[in-house]
Design a protein around this ligand. Sequence first.
Ligand code: ASP
Ligand code: MG
Length: 502
Amino acid sequence: MSNVKKPLRIVKFGGTSVGNATCVRKVVEIIRDAARNSDLVVVVSAMSGVTNKLVEAATQSEAGNIDLVEMIFEELRDRHRGVVSALIHSVPARSRINRDVEQVFQEGERLCQGTALLRELTLRARDSISSLGERLAAPVLAAVLAECELSSEAIEATELIVTDSCHGAADPLMAPTRKRCEARLRPLLRQGMIPVVTGFIGATADGMLTTLGRGGSDYSATILGAALDADEVIIWTDVDGLMTADPRLVPGASTIPEISYREAAELAHFGAKVLHPKTISAVTPCGIPLWIRNTFSPELPGTRITATGALTDGGVKGLTAISDVALITVGGPGIVGVPDVLSRTFATTAAVRANILLISQSSSQNDICLVVSSSAAERTVEALRREFAQDLAHEKVEHITFDPTVAIVTVVGKNMRGSGTVGRTFTALGREDVNIIAIAQGSSECNISFAVSKQDVKAALDTTHREFQLGVLDSRALPVKSVAVNPAAWQYEPGQRTANAD
Ligand code: ASP
Ligand code: MG
């Protein structure tokens, strides 16, 4: 062991990166390469599709369909055993990992049987069942690394990440998390070991397992990065980085070489599925650079996300769109006279836990427009109709309607202030006859969002992309060896690159 202090990197691999034996081999090579000049903590997601299956198993258990649950577990056993037998050849190592994996499966089956017996899926059980995929992937990857002579140890993040008790969307408590990470991981790093940590999960101070939310392994990686004061966090995934727009909709879209935390967070929040939206919040206070790189094209540099972004640039960086939304309107001239119409509207949306993506209201108060996710639309409209029942009856509020045919398009960039972005955006859209239904701009001027009809999304993205000359390939985005850029690398398998697919 040399005395030279190596940089510490947290490297996270998403579900598609560990989806089968061939992918896991690529992951091993990336880890081997990175381990040459850095200390590493690996964070791993469940194999792609596994968490979805586990959530289904949990739901089927609640419905009492235990046969279906068994089928799901058998399928998952086959998948994990397949990877083990393809990659682990030493007989004792193979039987050890098969035994460990089997224990996790049996624990899962017991949880499902208990759920089926009670016909009730508690939040705790749901978290425990959906966490099994990471609890399988981490020991399998650690065993494969050991087989390839990279000494490693699988660690469950329940030992490391202390969270609040918000099941399904837990947040870390950083002070105790830091202590535990130092105590558990630092000694391993000193010995030159590579800890392989389960993404997605944590535990409350008294040891109850929690999950950070679907797609939360990215967040696990930045939490560990912050806790250990890492030099970098690298998210290895199945796309080249953050893109100027979704390449399925805008063929000229390209990778953004460098972007600020703030802009990346806006892109994540408004629908770019590459990063879990909370990921950036963990590194923001400490300024640790975060990379997004492609496991399947490791020669590409990816996107670097830093506190300031590239120093020289400003203006529009990227575009996103969210289509599974609905526009709710609370309206009529009479609402000017309705007391507290805004506060009652928001109290109602908060009570039904509807996340509002866009709000617009004209000063005449004739209409309040809210855009919420489609899944929340119906319950939000019902709750608003209940809240304003009296006012509807007295025709002070004329209508509460919802329109599921809209989408939100967001233009993201810093330093858009004073650069005429708004004018240019809407002039370009007007030229193309894209009708704007509602507009909102944050006072930070880091984003402009507008609602358009779903059928206009592609035209809106295309036009805006062209107007701001996004996707003009930056030389830094080219592969080191200047390989011709392969558009196939941008083709996302439908459903594969959503945060939930990992
Ligand atoms: N496996 C979890 C999910 O599918 C977490 C993750 O992939 O980041 O949501
Ligand atoms: Mg993910």
